[in-house]
Design a binder for this molecule. Structure first.
Ligand SMILES: [Zn+2]
Length: 349
């Protein structure tokens, strides 16, 4: 089994490119995870399709089309920015809710500017003699013009636009009803866990150590980022990560170098690990069957941190992968080099 590594250059893509995820597994493994993913999809997202008696090939075609239609966020990438920074880390611009704004904040002959967005410190990287702010845009952001506060030798401001983005709706049926309507004891537990997660999510450390990001697990994308979620007919928070469906026990690897800053079993997220890559860049891995690292541990890109499972609020085994910037979750695929291929669902044979 091979893992996906960034191989190409990180200089900007054409702007029209969608990220496709390919199945980095052997044929038999691919077929297995494909069938698992298909049954996962059937039972959770499209129960009526499974029961419809529609021929298998047509179902596959339909699901592929559905997933392609549900990833326009990627197609909308502005992607014009030369996204490669030092250490091979890169990010692509998508000035939409849940996306990333890439803002030039001055020449590198001036000291590193301190940049903040809504009072949260923002990641600043170097590119071609310029300081570049890499700004996470919260999913709840309304379209409009927003301001960055910049302090270098003097205080100043810069603005950027956030465009509208209508993410598709996803309706899911959760068998464990408590995971949708928690009881009073659960609510107490959730309150404590939310604080822990919020603290982890707002972590800022000075040592930026991310290189290029890799896809953390082999599998197929069962839910892209940003879907408006309805569980058992009740609207809940939108999907703030990217789901990769894979058989239980599939290895989960660190998407980049970092430090484990939080790990535990959470009510909704199940067994989860938070990695801090520095300067407000974080990643979260959820619903694990096993956590294989400890808080405080340093991990390198590609290092094993856990195994795929179905702990927490799930419809089947998968990795939920989130990426945080300046205290907000953004679309993880924007951190992957344009050449990375991760496939929604393999084409029908
Ligand atoms: Zn998820």
């Amino acid at each position: 089994m091979r893992r996906i590594l960034y191989t190409g250059n990180l200089i900007p893509d054409s702007g029209s490119q969608c990220i496709k995820m390919s199945l980095p597994v052997t044929l038999s493994q691919g077929l297995y995870s494909y069938l698992k993913a298909l049954s996962f999809t059937r039972h959770s997202i499209l129960p009526t399709l499974a029961a419809s008696g529609i021929p298998f090939r047509l179902q596959v075609g339909f699901l592929t089309l559905l997933l392609m239609a549900s990833t326009p966020a990627l197609a909308q990438n502005e992607g014009r920015w030369k996204a490669g920074f030092e250490n091979g880390f890169g990010a692509r611009a998508a000035a939409i809710p849940g996306g990333i704004a890439i803002v030039d904040v001055g020449p590198t002959r001036l000291p590193t500017p301190e940049v903040s967005f809504g009072k949260k410190k923002v990641l600043v990287q170097k590119n071609a003699g310029r300081w570049i702010a890499v700004v996470g845009i919260p999913l709840s952001t309304k379209p409009g013009t927003y301001t960055l506060d910049i302090f270098s030798t003097v205080a100043r401001q810069s603005t950027f636009r956030v465009n509208a983005k209508n993410y598709p709706e996803q309706r899911l049926t959760i068998k464990n009803k408590r995971k949708v309507n928690p009881n009073p004891d659960d609510i107490k537990r959730i309150a404590g866990e939310s604080k822990r997660m919020a603290k982890a999510k707002s972590t800022w450390s000075e040592n930026f150590q991310a290189g290029p990001f890799i896809v953390p697990s082999n599998g197929v994308v069962s839910s892209p980022f940003g879907l408006r979620r309805v569980y058992n007919n009740q609207p809940r928070r939108p999907h703030a990560g990217l789901d990769i469906a894979a058989p239980e026990g599939t290895p989960i690897r660190a998407a980049s170098n970092g430090i484990v800053i939080e790990a535990g079993d959470f009510f909704f997220n199940g067994k989860s690990v938070f990695l801090d890559h520095g300067n407000g860049l974080l990643s979260l891995y959820s619903h694990m069957s096993k956590i294989l690292v400890d808080v405080g541990q340093a991990v390198e890109s590609g290092e094993l941190i856990g195994e795929v499972g179905q702990t927490g609020r799930v419809t089947g085994p998968h990795l939920h992968w989130s990426v945080g910037l300046n205290g907000t979750w953004v679309d993880p695929s924007l951190l992957l080099p344009p050449e990375t291929t991760v496939q929604p669902l393999p084409a029908a044979e």
